[in-house]
Design a protein around this ligand. Structure first.
Ligand code: 5RP
Length: 217
C-alpha cells in the first residue's frame, strides 16, 4: 500500500473517537484525510477548533463550523498527525510548520489521538529534522544555541508560519531525553515552540499498516 493510503486508513480509524461536541484539529496530509472523513459525520458534531489556516480552510469548505479556542472550554478530543513517534507516544511535529498552534490545542484537550502511517514509529526521536519556531530577529542567536546542543540548524527559507515567525529545522539530534530537551529548547530566548511533544505526548497512536490500523495506547 502507498504511504498516503496508510495515512487515510489511520485517519478513518480515528473517527471512532469522535463522540460529538467540538473537535480539535491538527494539520497535514493525514489530518486532511481526517477532515474529509469527519465531513461525512458533520451532523454529529458542533464544529472544530483548528491549528492552522490551511485546516481552517478545508474545514470551512466542508461546511464544518470553526471556533476560536478562546470561545470554547477544554476540548474532549484533539486529532493530529506527527513526523515521528516513539513507543511512549512522544512526538516530533512541525513538518508542516503549524507546531505552535498544534501544541496549544493539544494542551487544551483531554485526549490527543495521533494518526500516522507506520513508518513514523521510531525507537529514538531525531531522524526527522526537529522544527523550532523562532521570532525572526532571534534566528541567528537561536541557531548558535542549537549548535551548542549538538544540532545542525537549517533555516526553512521562504517559509513564514501562521504566526509570522520562522522555522529552523535541526538535523543530527539523537533525542534520548525528549522531555528534558523540550524544556531546554523552549527556554532559549526567541524560541516560540520546539516541535517535541513530550511534556504533553499523544494518548493514543493509530498507525496505518498493510495489516490494518494498529493502535498503541
Ligand atoms: C504539521 C505537523 C504534521 O502533523 C506532521 O508534519 C505530519 O504531516 P503529514 O500528516 O503530512 O505526514 O506536525 O505541523
Amino acid at each position: 500500500m502507498k504511504q498516503d493510503d496508510l495515512k487515510k486508513q489511520a485517519a478513518e480509524a480515528a473517527l471512532a473517537y469522535v463522540k460529538g461536541g467540538i473537535i480539535g484539529i491538527g494539520t497535514g496530509s493525514t489530518v486532511n484525510h481526517f477532515i474529509d472523513a469527519l465531513a461525512g459525520i458533520k451532523g454529529c458534531i458542533e464544529g472544530a477548533v483548528s491549528s492552522s489556516e490551511s485546516s481552517t480552510e478545508r474545514l470551512r469548505r466542508h461546511g464544518i463550523p470553526v471556533f476560536d479556542l478562546n470561545a470554547v472550554g477544554e476540548l474532549d478530543l484533539y486529532v493530529d498527525g506527527a513526523d515521528e513517534s516513539n513507543h511512549r507516544l512522544e512526538l516530533i511535529k512541525g513538518g508542516g510548520g503549524a507546531l505552535t498552534r498544534e501544541k496549544i490545542v493539544a494542551a487544551a484537550s483531554r485526549t490527543f489521538v495521533c494518526i500516522a502511517d507506520e513508518s513514523k514509529l521510531v525507537e529514538v526521536l531525531g531522524r526527522f529534522p526537529l522544527p523550532v519556531e523562532v521570532i525572526p530577529m532571534a534566528r541567528g542567536y537561536v541557531a548558535r544555541e542549537l549548535v551548542q546542543l549538538g544540532g545542525t540548524p537549517v533555516w526553512r527559507e521562504g517559509f513564514v508560519t501562521d504566526n509570522g515567525n520562522l522555522i529552523l529545522d535541526v538535523q543530527n539530534l539523537e533525542i534520548t531525553d525528549p522531555k528534558g530537551l523540550e524544556q531546554r529548547i523552549n527556554n532559549i530566548a526567541g524560541v516560540v515552540t520546539v516541535g517535541i511533544f513530550a511534556l504533553r505526548p499523544a494518548d493514543v497512536l493509530i498507525l496505518g499498516s498493510a495489516q490494518g490500523p494498529r493502535t498503541i495506547i
